[in-house]
Design a protein around this ligand. Structure first.
Ligand code: 5AD
Ligand code: SF4
Length: 462
């Protein structure tokens, strides 16, 4: 018998893997009668899919729980039961603390236990509360439900696929090795099946994700371990897959198969997120990054040798304990040498349980603010120069959805820049050349290059 319909609201914070995990949770709860709703207030189950990477990220969870307490009380007054679950990395790191600090929470579930969500909910319904933050031995991916055709289509033409999870690098500032556990790679066949399913239902762009994605080493169908580059070669053969990306890479794990994939696989986009965190060797050593600034420059050169049009984005931390003005200048120098198309920069935030949290030589808040501003100023100027350079050129755009402006369709370039054109929505799902005329903030504005419209027509008629 079909279970009665219930409303599920998931709010995700943080990284792309949380976005992917949220979709798998929706798919896993669908057979229990759960249907997604955009509104938390009328949901029967609200899941906060949390992030623990920086202090602000985890604080947000507690303030959201404060709001949800009121919504839960309101639901109870109306005779409904609203259950609240906390998932993600805060759940993993602070399981019992959440239960004590926020009695409103019914279920706490760590990232490795999402396939147990139906049982955990049943337990919460019977016993009041349920918590699971173990690292179970079985492969959760084998148990998590895959989406139905309709929900793949509803989610659009670009999708994330987790290929690897966890991290063995233990950067001294980072909680990920504790919250996501050690590195695990999914088998090639499971990934190929998932990507085929997505492509069959209209997905055209796949981003392979993992905390340390280029440490991927999965069981191949030939009985060997396949590195990421070899996996990418295989996925590019799947009909319908027009673009491939991967994130996030560690500079230490860039092996040759990945470089040759950039040379040989046209579907692999020439845009690489390669976090460096700092340009100072002293700070890189204190961070336990296991590479120097020079190592990083060499890795960047290896990519650029095989694809001159390759661009990088990165992550930076300012104000790591002990960072001097000289260290920070080395970071600015590295940014100038590499030249980024985009980058994220963060103020260092001590995370409980990590080695850096014990380091005493802290940088003052005022210095951190000032360095962040200077770094972001430099990155912004590189990003806008990169975007401006597109004006007057013709670039390939994968069209994703109707834009907010009526009559416009929006897509993305190889470098993930949004690009808008006036065109019919029929072009969604296609890669077409666009002549870029102007730039509005971060968006490129252009028109379909001559011939592109005809190609679009032709594609429709076959
Ligand atoms: N403080 C500040 N930034 C951090 N990151 C990870 N841990 C911390 C921390 N403790 C940043 C890194 C990483 C990105 C995902 O978040 O730059 O690459
Ligand atoms: Fe964290 Fe370092 Fe692993 Fe990245 S490589 S997830 S920063 S420990």
């Amino acid at each position: 018998m079909k279970p009665p319909p219930r409303k599920l609201h998931i709010k995700s914070y943080g990284c792309q893997m949380n976005v992917y995990d949220a979709q798998r949770m929706v798919d896993t709860l669908a057979p229990q009668g759960f249907v997604e709703t955009a509104n938390a207030d009328d949901a029967d189950l609200v899941i906060l899919n949390t992030c623990h990477i920086r202090e602000k990220a985890s604080e947000k969870v507690y303030s959201e729980l404060g709001r949800l307490r009121l919504a839960k009380e309101e639901a109870a007054r109306a005779g409904r039961t609203m259950r609240i679950a906390v998932a993600g990395c805060v759940a993993q790191a602070e399981g019992t603390e959440i239960i004590n600090r926020a009695p409103v929470v019914d279920v706490v579930v760590g990232p490795q236990s999402y396939h147990h969500l139906p049982q955990l909910l049943a337990r919460a319904e019977a016993d009041g509360r349920a918590i699971e933050t173990e690292f179970p031995a079985e492969d959760k991916f084998g148990f998590l439900a895959q989406p139905k055709a309709a929900s793949i289509r509803a989610r659009g033409i670009s999708a994330f696929v987790t290929v690897q999870e966890g991290c063995d690098k233990f950067c001294t500032f980072c909680v990920v090795p504790y919250t996501r556990g050690s590195e695990v790679s999914r088998p090639v066949a499971a990934i190929v099946d998932e990507v085929k399913r997505l492509a069959d239902h209209g997905v055209r762009e796949i981003t392979l994700i993992g905390q340390n994605v280029n440490a991927y080493l999965g069981d191949g169908p030939d009985g060997r371990s396949w590195p990421l580059g070899k996996l990418i070669h295989r996925l590019a053969e799947i009909p319908g897959v027009t673009r491939l990306r991967y994130s996030t890479s560690h500079p230490r794990d860039v092996e040759d198969s990945l470089i040759t994939a950039h040379r040989d696989v046209p579907a692999l986009m020439p845009f690489v997120h390669l976090p460096v965190q700092s340009g100072s060797d002293r700070i890189l050593a204190a961070m336990n990054r296991k590479h120097t600034a020079e190592d990083y420059r060499r890795v960047a050169d290896r990519f650029r040798t095989v694809r001159q049009d390759l661009a990088f984005s990165s992550d930076f931390i300012v104000g790591f304990p002990g960072e001097t003005e000289e260290d920070f200048s080395a970071t600015l120098a590295l940014v100038t040498q590499i030249g980024y198309a985009a980058a994220y920069s963060f103020k260092y935030s001590p995370r409980p349980g990590t080695p850096a949290a014990e380091m005493r030589e802290t940088v003052s808040a005022a210095e951190m603010d000032e360095r962040l501003e200077r770094l972001q100023g430099l990155i912004d100027s590189q990003q806008s120069a990169f975007n401006k350079a597109a004006i007057g050129t013709t670039v390939d755009v994968l069209f994703e959805r109707p834009a907010r402006n009526p009559g416009q369709v929006v897509g993305r370039t190889a470098y993930l820049q949004p690009a808008h054109v006036m065109a019919s929505a029929d072009i969604i799902g296609q890669v077409l050349p666009v002549r870029i005329d102007s730039l509005e903030r971060y968006s490129l504005i252009g028109e379909l290059a001559s011939g592109a419209e005809m190609r679009a027509q032709h594609a429709l008629s076959i």
